[in-house]
Structure formats: C-alpha cells, structure tokens
Design a protein around this ligand. Structure first.
Ligand code: 13P
Length: 252
C-alpha cells in the first residue's frame, strides 16, 4: 500500500517574512489533525533554515527546489546536497520542467543531480513530463520513457526506491488547465509499467508517482482517486494555506 504524498513547490515566491506567515498558517490548520498523507514543503533556499526551525515537532517534511551535483568548489550561485542537508532538507525537487526549459538542464545533468542527491541521503522528487507540442505529436510516451531512463541511468534499484516520481505535463503547469484524470492515469500507468519492465514488480508497486500541473482543491480528489496517482506536486495552489490544506484533505 503506497502512502499519498502532497508536496508544495513554492517556486520563486515568498521572502522570509511571507514564508514565516505561510508556514505558521499551515501549522495552525493542522493542529489536532492526524493525516495519513505525507506533507512536504519546498520553499526557496533563503527560507529553508527558518522553515526547518518552524517545522520542528510537526510531521511536515522539508524539501528544496533544486541543487547542484558537485560537492563544493567554484560554482558561484549553486547549492550542494550537503548544504541542503545541513538546513534540514529531507527531499529535493530535481528535473522540474522550469529547470529543464528556462535553465536548459539536460537529462544528463538531471541524472548527475539524482546521483548526488542519493549519495547524500536526500530523497529526490524527480519530475518528468511532455510539452504540448510533444503531446500533440503523439510523443508523450517517447518523452516520458527517455526522461525516465536517462534520469535513472546507472542507478541501482535500491537507490531508485528512495525516489519519488512526479509526472508534470508541461502544458498543465501554471496554466489552470490540468490533465484530465484519465490522461494523467494513462501516463502514470505507463511509468509504472516501465518501472516493472526495466526493474521489478516490487519497484513498480512501491514507487510513489505524484501528479503535478494545475492541481487545485476542485480537481485534487478526482486526480488522486486514480489507481496509479499517489499524490500531488502543487504549485500555485500551495501558496495559500487553505487551498493547500484542502488538497491534503483530498488525498486523505
Ligand atoms: P501549478 O500547480 O502552479 O500548475 O505548478 C505545478 C508545478 O510545477 C509544481 O512543481
């Protein structure tokens, strides 16, 4: 039985004061609640340490939105896995489509990042997804296969067990136009079948595959009711505590 995981990717939103307010609101909304769903919050780097302190004593986990694969050195502006661990991160988003498109991250870079995260005991949330053009040209499954195989290259099954996969169709991100539950389920099933063929039934059965792309309180329940959808990676709707909590409640 896979646990549902709802993660909030704040992207480049919320300075330190706004982060403190949002975390406080989320914590208040969760008082007395005993949800089975795992909650992960991924604020910007500048709010990680403070968020970690605020989350002490709660069951909410902390994640970062990116990292570099080198350990240390002359990489101006970059952050290493160890640095993320040192401020309390347990998770890190890797391969988000905004990193792939705006910052030109390749499958090879993403593979190096996944390896570095795992070597440092950070659990990756590994994002994959097709663009609108790729979907319209019937390339969705080819793209998903390529991103998954290239991203996981040279990783052993025991390492892959620590990875959460997030299927985020690029055309659904920040557009208000989510994939229909059937469209999302079809790709999640494809990913699960691919994991079975390439690795094992055990890995396929136990890997958490989140859906991301315009998840809102209005569509969360239907999406997460699909048999192969194990939660959500939420962007816009995680910036308000009430909509984020409603999505967590849908996962319950
Ligand atoms: P939106 O929920 O704003 O579409 O963003 C999804 C996303 O990119 C989460 O990583």
């Amino acid at each position: 039985m896979r646990t549902k995981i709802v993660a909030g990717n704040w992207k480049m939103n919320n300075d330190l004061n706004a982060s403190i307010s949002l975390i406080s609101e989320i914590k208040n909304s969760l008082i007395g609640k005993n949800y089975k769903t795992k909650i992960i919050i991924c604020p910007p780097f500048t709010s990680l340490e403070t968020t970690n302190a605020l989350l002490k004593g709660t069951s909410i986990s902390l994640g970062a939105q990116n990292m570099y694969y080198e350990e240390s050195g002359a990489y101006t502006g970059e952050i290493s896995a160890k640095m993320l661990i040192s401020v309390g991160c347990e998770f890190v988003i890797i391969g988000h489509s905004e990193r792939r498109t705006i910052f030109k991250e390749s499958d090879e870079t993403i593979n190096l990042k996944l390896k570095a995260a795992l070597a440092n005991n950070l659990k990756p949330i590994f994002c994959i997804g097709e663009t609108l053009e790729e979907r319209e040209n019937d390339k969705t499954f080819d793209v998903i296969r390529r991103q998954l195989i290239a991203g996981l290259k040279d990783l052993g099954e025991s390492e892959i067990q620590s990875i959460i996969i997030a299927y985020e169709p690029v055309w659904a991100i920040g557009t208000g136009k989510n994939a229909t539950p059937n469209q999302a389920q079809e790709v999640h099933k494809f990913i699960r079948d691919l994991l079975q063929r390439e690795y094992s039934t055990y890995l396929s059965d136990n890997t958490i595959i989140q859906y991301g792309g315009s998840v809102k309180p209005e569509n969360a329940n239907e999406l997460m009711s699909q048999p192969d959808i194990d939660g959500a990676l939420v962007g816009g709707a995680c910036l308000k505590s009430d909509s984020f909590i409603k999505i967590v409640e849908s996962a319950e």
